[in-house]
Design a protein around this ligand. Structure first.
Ligand code: PEP
Ligand code: MG
Length: 580
């Protein structure tokens, strides 16, 4: 049994068999074979070795012809290794005697060789270890016959353990079969994490290198509440976690009862409880949990996982589906927020060193006007079907907002000329997620109909911490006093001017912050659908006076640790049974 710590990004506990994807997306298969499959598997192994040898021989010839024998020597060394009798015998023995699968045996044997080189000092030795990994990959590629596991095609219950998976790959996971997700890299605010939470898949990211210690089929526990994973747990540990799963089930059943009750504080303050979605089908989840509307529709997900640009009609169909399904409840459609960790096939801005500070989001939309206009036209057309609001992301200056509004005005004019119906008084708002926007709140209030605070980005820009980098994840927290002061300013200024303000970052889906946010004067939350019942319960269990006291105290604190500890104590007074 081995316990590893990572970053908790999607709550819940999953226990099951692992499906392991290495950093090239190869599925590292099960460890054992049925006895009668041995001969056939040895044949398969032999073919894979031959194919690998042929590939290396081809490479050696090409390089030797173009660059000379010195450069081709590296391939000769690879060939020597592939033909090494001792290596073949070792692998064969593992398959015959221990009934290991050929893939597992190959990995085992070659990684042992590589480890020897890695343990020796010096760059030359490290490169030899890399050569061995290269050979391993080549044989595995030939054994497995494909390069990237089709995550969308998983049809038996597994926990996916991967080096990394992209937001769109995560979105393709079927939560019926993928019970949990762990990645070696990735940070707390990454979109992979957000999508996993949206799907309700318990997830832990940023565990660091561990995939070499686990094979497909091993039992694994993912604790998405504490950010832990347990490899090959003993019986006692499994029993402990099974008990926790039962407890969570009974809590979820109790929360179900809140579905049709309003989010209202004990002294009668009404709180809007909206849902965040990435795809139209998530509307159903929002409705099941009693959302008052969609507070954030991340429309850029329509672009991910496809190579071409969606047409205006493709946009329109998705939007129309969402609006119709919401049956008259409001839908806040955020315009394209592509770039940074949500890259797709747009022309690469020349090798961006800092994509989060680069050409992303509204900046990218303003540079690709046709793309932007196409989307705006589709949103406007859909606005004739129900209550749609438009929201621009990542606004950092007033001029940027005005430019975006100009493109919108153009799109409206076009539609008007063509006699296409749309809502002429559509509400236009902006995300508050860059510190510069907060410093200018008293000006922005005259420019928009509403605001929504995006803490996922606000935290990274306020604290200079990449939201998707595990190595600085300890600094990435909504509890930092600087972040809380920024939120305080945004909410206070918007409230003073009577401009509606909401929050759609992950912070408001965490019950730890509910009292603080209510105390700061926030009355509209937009959260991952699965978090709605819990946040609703938190709102219904507190009074405004109590929340104001909590907020006043928090604003006096100096460190994220103090803020967290204080909020934990306060929450424990309200809900002693919540896992913290
Ligand atoms: C945010 O930044 O808080 C947000 C809601 O948007 P995203 O996570 O898509 O950047
Ligand atoms: Mg954002």
């Amino acid at each position: 049994m081995e316990r590893l710590q990572g970053i908790a990004v999607s709550p819940g506990i999953a226990i099951g068999e692992s499906l392991v994807l290495d950093n090239e997306g190869f599925r590292i298969p099960r460890r054992f074979l049925p006895r009668d499959a041995v001969e056939e598997e040895l044949l398969r192994l032999g073919k894979a070795f031959h194919a690998a040898e042929a590939e290396v021989e081809r490479n050696r010839k090409t390089v030797s012809e173009q660059l000379g024998d010195d450069y081709a020597a590296i391939f000769s060394a690879h060939l020597q290794m592939l033909r090494d009798r001792r290596l073949h015998d070792e692998i064969e023995e593992m398959i015959r005697v221990r009934h290991y699968s050929p893939e597992y045996a190959v990995s085992r044997a070659l990684r042992r060789y590589a480890k020897v080189f890695q343990s020796l000092q010096g760059k030359y030795m490290a490169e030899r270890a890399n050569d061995i990994f290269d050979i391993e990959k080549r044989i595995l590629r030939n054994l497995l016959g494909r390069s990237r596991e089709e995550l969308a095609n998983i049809t038996s219950p597994v926990l996916v353990l991967a080096h990394n998976i992209t937001p769109s790959e995560t979105a393709s996971l079927n939560p019926r079969f993928v019970l949990g997700l762990v990645t070696e890299i990735g940070g707390p605010g990454s979109h992979t994490a957000i999508v996993a939470e949206g799907l309700g898949i318990p997830a832990v990211v940023g565990v660091g290198p561990f995939l070499t210690d686990v094979s497909g089929g091993d039992t694994v526990i993912i604790d998405g509440d504490q950010g832990q994973i347990v490899l090959r747990p003993d019986e006692e540990t499994v029993a402990h976690y099974r008990h926790e799963v039962e407890e969570q089930r009974s809590l979820a059943a109790k929360l179900e009862a809140l579905r049709d009750l309003p989010a209202i504080t004990m002294d009668g303050q009404v709180v809007q409880m909206m849902g965040n979605i990435e795809f139209p089908h998530e509307v159903e989840l929002c409705k099941q949990r009693g959302a008052n509307g969609i507070g954030l529709y991340r429309t850029e997900f329509l672009y991910l996982g496809r190579d071409d640009d969606p047409s205006e009609d493709a946009h329109y169909e998705s939007y129309a589906e969402v609006v119709n399904d919401m049956g008259g409840l409001p839908v806040v459609m955020r315009t394209l927020d592509l770039g940074a960790d949500k890259m797709r096939s747009l022309p690469d801005p020349e090798d961006e060193r800092n994509p989060f500070l680069g050409l992303r989001s509204i900046r990218l939309a303003l540079r690709n006007r046709d793309l932007f206009r196409t989307q705006l036209r589709a949103i406007l057309r859909a606005s004739s079907l129900g209550e749609i609001r438009i929201m621009f992301p990542l606004i950092s200056t007033i001029m940027e907002l005005r430019q975006a509004r100009m493109v919108l005005a153009d799109a409206m004019e076009d539609l008007e000329e063509a006699n296409v119906p749309f809502d002429r008084s559509i509400k236009v708002g902006m995300m508050v997620e860059v510190p510069s926007a907060i410093m200018m709140m008293d000006r922005f209030v005259d420019e928009v109909d509403f605001f929504s605070i995006g803490t996922n980005d606000l935290i990274q820009y306020c604290l200079a911490v990449d939201r998707s980098n595990k190595d600085v994840a300890n600094l990435y927290t909504a509890a930092d006093p600087a972040v809380i002061r920024m939120i305080e300013i945004a909410v206070r200024v918007a409230n003073q001017h009577g401009v509606p303000i909401s929050m759609c970052g992950q912070m408001c889906g965490n019950p730890l912050y509910t009292m603080l946010l209510l105390g700061l004067g926030l009355r509209s939350f937009s959260v991952t659908p699965s978090a709605i019942p819990e946040i609703k319960r938190a709102c219904r269990s507190v009074s405004t006076e109590q929340c104001v006291r909590v907020a006043e105290h928090v604003l006096k604190l100096e460190s994220a640790r103090d803020v967290k500890n204080f909020l934990k104590e306060e929450l424990a007074k309200v809900f002693p049974e919540l896992p913290l």
